[in-house]
Structures are given as C-alpha cells and as structure tokens.
Design a protein around this ligand. Structure first.
Ligand code: CTP
Length: 207
C-alpha cells in the first residue's frame, strides 16, 4: 500500500476542529475514498493511580498531559500500513477505559487535537498541517455548552478550568503553533471554501 496522507487539524478547544474533521471525512467518504479519523484526545494519559479530586485539578492543556510517544509510534505504524489499537479515553472519569479501539490503515488519515502542532517532534509525521483559527469567546461558549452537556461538568467548573489552565495554555502553546500550519482556516469548521481548497489539494496529492 502507498504511504497514507496524514492530515493534522489543530486549534483551540471549541474552535471547531471536530466539525471541520467531520466535513472533510464526509467529503472523502462520499467519493468512496477510505479515510480514517484519529483524535489526540485518545492519548490523554491514564490516571488510574490518582484519586478523582487530583484528576479534576490536573492541567489537561499542557502538552505533557498527552502520551505523544505512543501517538508517534501509532502514526509510524499507520505509515507502514499496520493497524493500531489506540486507547479509549473517558472525560468523565479523566482516565482511560480498559478496552482499546482498532484503527486500520487507510490512504487518508485525519488527526485532530489541540497540541498536534505544538510539539516540534510530531511535525515531520504530518503531510498537511491545518490550524482552525476561531475567536476565543466563541470557543469558550461552545466549550461551556459541550462540557456541561457531554462531559459531566458544571458551569462553575468549566469557568474555573478556563481561567486557570485552558486560556493561559492556549496562549503559551496553541496560539504560537499556528505559525507551523500550512493552512490557517478562519470561521471555524464550516468554512466551505477552505474545505474545498484542502480537499482539492489532497485529491491531487493522492493521484
Ligand atoms: N479536557 C478536560 N478533561 C480531561 C481531558 C481534557 O477538560 N480529563 C479538556 C482540555 O482542557 C482540553 C480539551 O479537553 O482543552 C480538549 O478537547 P477539545 O479540543 O475541546 O475537543 P474537540 O471536540 O476535539 O475540539 P473542538 O471543540 O475544536 O471540535
């Protein structure tokens, strides 16, 4: 099998990475092109050894919160045409579930996550680097709604976490990583022109 095209999509929490990924994924599926999606979130470190109170206080917006060594090994395996078994992460318990998930190699792999462009050693593993650039107030609104609805959080806990880690770490790590991107996408995950441009680049690269 030809080496896959690995596309990294990064940006702030709540910036619309997931929507952009979904839209790209659907476009390739509609063309009958096998594409797989992998999320950096799966690589948050296991914290079974810590009590819940300590897990709740952890900084999840620092690059060290992720097991990037494992992500790197998995990207290499996918490049070599081998399947991977990635960890399954639970945002409610802040740790990994016992079971893993299998992901088979495919001609296009879309990877999405907040710190993907902030680790220089990960950059050579990507063929296309995309940064979703969305105003922070919009990111925060989306995050509040999502974390309360889907991640078992209270409004107060979301606000506290945002002030103490999410916002400062964004400025320290994510915002500077924007300059490593090949393409910066404004207007979030539904920017149709950006989607079309990226789709056509990928189609050409695959020919
Ligand atoms: N996070 C958390 N608790 C954990 C692990 C992670 O609150 N136990 C938070 C981190 O604070 C980080 C966020 O999860 O900021 C990363 O997920 P995010 O990028 O928000 O999710 P996506 O849905 O992938 O992104 P988008 O909203 O851009 O679609």
């Amino acid at each position: 099998m030809q080496s896959p095209l690995i596309i990294a999509i990064s940006g702030a929490s709540g910036s619309g990475k997931s929507s952009f990924t979904e839209n790209l994924f659907s476009a390739f599926c509609a063309q009958g092109r096998p594409v797989q999606v992998l999320r950096e979130d799966h690589y948050y470190r296991a914290q079974d050894h810590l009590p819940m109170e300590a897990r709740e206080k952890n900084n999840y917006d620092h690059p060290n919160a992720f097991e990037h060594e494992l992500l790197k090994a998995h990207l290499q395996a996918l490049r070599n045409g081998e399947p991977i078994d990635y960890p399954h992460y639970c945002f409610k318990t802040h740790t990994r579930l016992p079971e893993t998930e299998r992901l088979n190699p495919a001609p296009v792999i879309i990877l999405e996550g907040i710190m993907l462009l902030a680790r220089p050693e990960l950059l050579p593993h990507y063929d296309v680097k995309i940064f979703i650039d969305t105003p922070l107030d919009i990111c925060l609104m989306r995050r509040m709604i999502r974390d309360v609805k889907e991640r078992g959080r209270t409004l107060e806990s979301v606000a506290k976490q945002y002030e103490s880690t999410v916002k400062p770490m964004y400025h320290q790590f994510i915002e500077p990583s924007r300059f490593t991107a090949d393409v910066v996408v404004t207007q979030g995950g539904h920017n149709q022109i950006a989607l079309d441009v990226i789709k056509s680049h990928i189609q050409q690269a695959l020919q």
